[in-house]
Design a protein around this ligand. Structure first.
Ligand code: PLP
Length: 447
């Protein structure tokens, strides 16, 4: 693909629109509306603001745009699909692309995670996976298993299931007691692993927290253990060596399902299709979204092991609905077309392999920031990394200020607390990595 011309010949006048009506998600609305950061165009590695400024996208939007922005193949596929079939009731009716996309996703998933349920977002994927876990245990006569184990600092979306699993305090503190029966293991951020590239040597024993909950609540009451293989939204916490393997072993020994939430990690971010393959640990259920359609259409999915699927199917009466769950837009024709076109691009351009090849350069370049006075830690794996800075007296305030300054200096990065998360599109060249690090270095010197 070609990259866009770096300059707009004529900077357009900033748009004159009302800022009052739209309530923005996960945004300090009053701050934004005071100094709006409007993006009006995107192509390849770049965004353009309404003032004509060119901004390098160092976070693939929000970990979505792995094949780069403005992919015409995806736009054309969606347009053609909507002209041919814009919508079909997803309950009791089907269209071919749902089945084709499920087959293509199943070709990428590890083990026997070959049954695919489509949803519209990562949050819906998480809630769907929770329901699949409960339905599975009911179907095999172990309906007492209705607790879930999650982890501190986890992000599993914003629906009530995901918020109940969540371990990021601001995402739960205003929303009441959430679902009962959820216990949180400790997170895996250890000071012993500060500045470690890849997996830290310390911390595998934190997986024993799962064993403690089994001893406390009884395995017969626990349905599933949810983890992000790399905790993304909290600032890229890479699992310590041996940690995921230990979780897998404990789950196996106790009849508990292991669920990997791969909404960020999936589709090449860790150098393979999924982090499960990068870390060689196969879960029983896997959630995904974001990179599934390159961010061009809203879509998520749950990959389910054949064993779990067959158990649920087998327990239902002939001709009955086996799983009372689904969304009006599950497997919508537009996102399905986008997903197929996206997976074609990933395959044709070898983007997962490309990310794996670029990763050492990417991580080394970021690690050149070590020692800057503002920098407190660097963490990373594959094409996903975080730069953590020292906070001031209000946690998150400096991170937010950094993110705004970076944008003004021509770099879009997702900030979380006092971290920025770097996850460029997998089409990135070394020169883009250099530019990201250069802008980071210059900006970090000013905060
Ligand atoms: N799970 C994980 C691990 C995520 O990182 C996210 C979003 O970043 C979600 C779930 C929620 O996805 P969505 O925002 O599409 O609902």
């Amino acid at each position: 693909m070609t990259h866009a011309d770096p300059t707009l010949s004529k900077a357009p006048a900033p748009l004159q629109i009302s800022m009052d009506e739209y309530w923005m998600p996960f945004t300090p609305n009053r701050d934004f509306k005071h100094d709006p950061k409007m993006v009006v165009r995107a192509e390849g590695m770049y965004l353009w603001s309404d003032r004509g400024e060119k901004i390098l996208d160092g976070s693939a939007g929000l970990f979505c745009v792995n094949a780069g922005h403005g992919r015409r193949e995806i736009a054309d596929a969606v347009g053609a699909q909507l002209r041919e079939l814009d919508f079909i009731a997803p309950f009791t009716r089907g269209h071919p692309k749902q089945f084709q996309l499920a087959t293509r996703v199943a070709e990428l998933t590890p083990g026997d995670l070959n049954r695919i349920f489509f949803v519209n977002s990562g949050s819906e994927a998480v809630d769907t996976a929770m329901k699949v876990a409960l339905a599975y245990h009911q179907a095999r006569g172990q309906g007492g298993r209705n607790m879930f184990i999650s982890r501190e600092r986890a992000y599993h979306g914003v629906n009530f299931g995901g918020v109940s699993l969540a371990g990021m305090i601001n995402n739960r503190r205003k929303f009441g007691p959430t679902l009962p029966g959820i216990a949180h293991m400790r997170h895996t951020h250890l000071k012993e692993n500060v500045y470690t590239q890849g997996q830290g040597a310390q911390g595998a024993e934190l997986a024993e927290d799962l064993m403690r909950f089994i001893n406390l609540y009884g395995a017969e009451n626990i349905a599933a253990c949810f983890v992000e293989p790399i905790a993304g939204s909290t600032g890229c916490l890479v699992p310590p060596k041996g940690y995921l393997e230990r979780l897998r072993a404990i789950c196996d020994a106790n009849g508990i399902l292991l669920v990997f939430d791969e909404v960020i990690c999936g589709f090449g971010r860790t150098g393979k299709a999924f982090a499960a393959q990068s870390f060689a640990v196969t879960p029983d259920l896997m959630t995904m979204a974001k990179g599934l359609t390159n961010g061009a259409q809203p879509m998520g999915a749950v990959a389910i092991s054949e064993r779990i699927h067959d158990t649920i199917m087998g327990a239902a009466a002939d001709g009955s609905i086996e799983f009372f769950h689904g969304y009006t837009y599950s497997g919508h024709p537009g996102p399905c077309a986008a997903g197929l076109a996206t997976l074609d691009i990933y395959r044709k351009e070898g983007l997962f392999e490309r990310g794996a090849a670029l990763s050492p350069y990417f991580l080394d370049a970021l690690w050149s920031l070590k020692g800057l006075p503002a920098v407190a830690d660097l963490r990373g794996y594959g094409m996903l990394a975080a730069v953590e800075i020292h906070p001031d007296s209000t946690p998150g305030r400096r991170g937010h200020a950094l993110q705004k300054k970076l944008f003004d200096n021509g770099l879009h990065l997702k900030a979380t607390g006092d971290c920025v998360i770097v996850s460029p599109p997998l089409i990135a060249e070394k020169s883009h990595v250099d530019a990201i690090v250069d802008i980071l270095r210059r900006t970090l010197a000013t905060i």
